[in-house]
Design a protein around this ligand. Structure first.
Ligand code: CP
Length: 351
């Protein structure tokens, strides 16, 4: 398809449903851009692959076999916004399946410093690598890069490792994978109550995870936030159109004891325009041993991390605290995604 939209702003102004059409090839995911791309059946396929990968990493010959699967591919990690977990878990996942990697994390050390455009830079990466994993502060920018690359005749898959306040689809996958594993013996993801807590307006992890979760039957969602940081209008409209029962509140302790999953988030003050975070008393959106005591014994606590003060470190030892396991799950589900996108996941059965 010829590209006719000249700026990424113009491209991004289209609906997600229109943009999504560009991200498939021969009925398979080519680019991983939006959580909208993952149906329940695709997620379940990825969860099975991730379980398989996890199991194999426990045995030396499993580790060797995994490394043989994509040893002919190379990945570029282009992260222009800070990251610890997403960068390192993608790097580890690449190593796990045998991919060599390159990276640019500081554009001042690349030729962007000399005035090269990001568009040209990404085109260079596509000439040297078979996959680009990128994080950028501009919403929709990596989608636009994928769209442009598709018109060069040398397109390689791009995976979105976080796009501004907008999307973090692989975080959503690892969140859902953690819910899936945690609730395996307890009826699965459906028919449960989920609370999302904190800065919900600017947290891309919540935005992407809520979108995925909304596909499951009979989930109830509680959005616990200061009124000025409640979920965005478009997300609320989407949930209502999906028939999801939602409750918005700023009273955390009034809902805590009824929840099956509590998803905590930090204040995203890097997106402040004029100090709007300063007037917020964020201590009302914290978990401490005192209020955790009121939670169900079967509930789970998630956090995309990094955290600041919203979960007290004393909560870490509680068996319901899943956030350290959640970040480890990120490696397995990202490895699963690599195997899926390069269409070699079926080879796991040869092991
Ligand atoms: N959860 C997450 O995206 O963490 P990083 O910003 O450290 O990658």
């Amino acid at each position: 398809m010829e590209h006719t939209l000249k700026t990424y702003e113009e491209y991004f102004s289209q609906s997600a449903e229109v943009r999504m059409c560009h991200y498939e090839k021969a009925g398979r995911l080519q680019h991983v851009m939006l959580s909208h791309q993952f149906s329940i059946s695709l997620m379940e396929e990825l969860f099975d692959i991730a379980d398989h990968v996890k199991e194999m990493t426990r045995k030396p010959n499993g580790i060797e076999f995994l490394k043989s699967l994509l040893s002919h591919k190379k990945a570029m990690l282009y992260f222009t916004q800070p990251s610890t977990r997403t960068f390192l878990s993608f790097l580890t996942a690449c190593q796990m399946v045998g991919m060599d990697t390159g990276e640019v994390r500081d554009p001042s050390l690349s030729s962007e410093y000399k005035g090269e455009s990001q568009e040209d830079g990404v085109r260079v990466f596509s000439s040297y690598f078979d996959l680009i994993i990128m994080r950028d502060p501009k919403p929709g920018f990596c989608e636009y890069m994928a769209y442009l690359l598709d018109n060069t005749g040398r397109s390689v898959p791009i995976m979105n490792g976080g796009s501004g306040k907008d999307q973090h689809p692989t975080q959503a996958l690892l969140d859902l994978y953690t819910m899936h594993r945690s609730f395996q013996e307890n009826g699965g993801i459906r028919n449960k109550k989920y609370a999302f807590v904190g800065d919900l307006l600017r947290g891309r992890a919540v935005r992407s995870s809520v979108m995925l979760l909304s596909q499951y039957k009979d989930v109830e969602m509680y959005f616990v936030a200061p009124p000025s940081f409640q979920i965005a209008e478009d997300l609320e409209k989407h949930l209502i159109s999906q028939g999801v029962k939602i409750t918005k509140t700023d009273d955390f302790n009034s809902v805590l004891s009824a929840m099956d999953c509590v998803y905590m988030t930090r204040l995203q003050d890097e997106y402040d325009l004029s100090g709007e975070s300063n007037s917020i008393d964020y201590s009302q959106y914290n978990l401490t041993p005192d209020n955790v005591a009121s939670m169900k014994s079967t509930a789970i606590i998630l956090h995309p991390l990094p955290r600041r003060h919203e979960i007290s470190p004393e909560v870490d030892a509680d068996p319901r605290a899943m956030y350290w396991r959640q970040l480890r799950n990120g490696v397995y589900i990202r490895a699963a995604l690599l195997l899926y996108v390069f269409n070699v996941a079926d080879r796991l059965h040869e092991y």
